[in-house]
Design a protein around this ligand. Structure first.
Ligand SMILES: *Cc1c(COP(=O)(O)O)cnc(C)c1O
Length: 354
């Protein structure tokens, strides 16, 4: 694939690495490629990062035909950089594409685009402890047309954002709130896809949770409102009777790459891990009987996010002693060590950045 390159005239100054936050700074360049029905993907290019003109009729603005991914580039102590399972992200982008009638991309072409972009913006990969370069690939429906149909024109873009350490004040547990009313997704809907609609649908309940003093919503299944699905935009794990349990993928749960990495790494370490349905009642019963040891979320942004409290109706429980437990802390460290190249990569997850 040929990539046309247009460099920025005046490179931007880099932000302070001790104050990056998440998703507010962007690098000098972006990768773009267009799709036209009958032609396929074409015009791969790297251009200066910045706004681009869209018609007010552009389909994505009205009907939400769009998908995205999120992954990170990690700087090693020797100054080289590496990606974690990037092809799994592009493969998932294609699964999301199928759900939204968006054309698939060629995974190797997307990798080539990402690698060329990283080559140009590698100075932007931060090196302060815990920081990384977040990669956001996305596809948007670009046809300027306000009738409802699947767009014949799409654009793939990849933008890069240097991000801070997720736990600047330590690995602190969050408080989560079970919504009695709102659902994120249902089987047969879009829950398995990383698409705008699911996040728009989660905002209202998240605001209620936050106004009640909780950080995230614990989502139950949309049909019986009984079985646990996800927490915020993370997958969720429980440690009950020394066994690690996570909800089995069912069509409305997003198949997280961190989730899969936790499952594989824990099994590699000889731990018991089970994927099955788990109800909120079972979790509260396990807690009453003293068998609920740990709860944690998993996702690219935080890697592992320990849960300290769960509120459901008028009941609230503290998980363990309210602090991160040994299994969450151990998996957090082991995954981060692989991602930052501090330890062996027994699963061949790492792709070095050239
Ligand atoms: C992205 C995402 C996750 C986590 O996926 P990772 O690949 O581990 O980052 C979990 N749930 C939802 C709803 C998500 O959007």
């Amino acid at each position: 694939m040929e990539i046309t390159i247009k460099k920025i005239d005046t490179p931007k100054s880099h932000p302070d690495e001790s104050n990056l936050g998440f998703g507010t700074f962007f690098t000098d360049h972006m990768f773009c490629m267009d799709y036209t029905k009958g032609i396929g993907w074409h015009d791969a290019r790297i251009e200066p990062y910045g706004p681009f003109p869209v018609s007010p009729a552009t389909m994505v603005l009205h009907y939400g035909q769009t998908i995205f991914e999120g992954l990170k580039v990690y700087k090693k102590e020797d100054g080289s950089a590496q990606l974690f399972r990037p092809r799994d992200n592009f493969a998932r982008l294609n699964r999301s594409a199928d759900a939204l009638c968006i054309p698939n991309i060629d995974i190797e072409e997307a990798m080539q685009g990402l690698e060329a972009l990283l080559e140009m913006d590698k100075e932007w990969i931060p090196s302060a402890p815990g920081t990384s370069l977040y990669v956001r690939p996305f596809i948007i429906a670009m046809d300027p047309y306000i009738g409802l149909k699947s767009s014949p024109i799409h654009r793939l873009m990849i933008i890069l954002s240097p991000v801070g350490a997720y736990y600047p004040e330590g690995f602190n547990p969050v408080k989560i709130w079970v919504s009695p009313e709102h659902v994120r997704a249902v089987r047969g809907g879009l829950g398995e896809a990383k698409t705008a609609a699911n996040y728009a649908a989660s905002l209202y309940a998240t605001e209620i949770a936050q106004s009640e003093g909780y950080t995230q919503v614990l989502w139950l299944d949309g049909v019986e409102r009984k079985y646990i699905e996800e927490v915020g935009s993370m997958n969720i794990f429980f440690v009950i009777d020394n066994e690690i349990v996570t909800p089995k993928l069912n069509g409305s749960i997003l198949a997280g790459i961190t989730r899969d990495s936790v499952l594989k790494l824990a099994r590699h370490q000889g731990k018991e891990v089970i994927e099955r349905r788990i109800s909120i009642d079972e979790v509260f019963t396990a807690h009453e009987e003293g068998r609920l040891q740990e709860v944690f979320g998993s996702g690219t942004a935080a890697v592992i996010s320990p849960v300290g409290m769960i509120k459901f109706g008028d009941r609230e429980i503290t998980v363990g002693d309210g602090n991160a437990g040994p299994i969450s802390s151990g998996l957090f460290k082991d995954l981060m060590d692989i991602q930052f190249g501090r330890s062996e990569d027994p699963m061949e997850w790492i792709v070095p950045v050239k």
